[in-house]
Design a protein around this ligand. Sequence first.
Ligand code: FES
Length: 152
Amino acid sequence: MVKGDLSAILGDCSGERGDLIPVLQKAQDLLGFIQPDAVRAISRRLKISENEIYGVATFYAQFRFHPPGKHHIKVCLGTACHVKGGEQVLATTRERLGIDTGETTADGAYDLERVACLGCCALAPVVQVDDKIYSQVSVIKIQGILDEQKSD
Ligand code: FES
């Protein structure tokens, strides 16, 4: 962890409980994910227990507790994608990668995120791998996308 920089973030905040979310956002921007020693330092500065910090942070999909993977897979579960089978696509992706959302594969190749809308609902259900958008993704199609990724 880049302790000096986290200290600067903690030093800049007022130390109020209301600083928790912005401080977590800045810590994640700095470190790539919320590391245990960052939670410890935030806990001391804001006088909020580590358990409470984890409780709050896990409520928000934006916070990660694992290092990001080399490739980022986002499965959309916004209304349009949900209605058209996004849940099944996500379940298949989780099963194939052996991870849950917010996690990274053991080899560090992929992380998986569930998102609320990728802004292209007409193409639902949608999956994004790095910068590439895949449209009308079915359970069969996501398996092909993941196979294609592995052979890259
Ligand atoms: S709901 Fe999935 S792209 Fe909008």
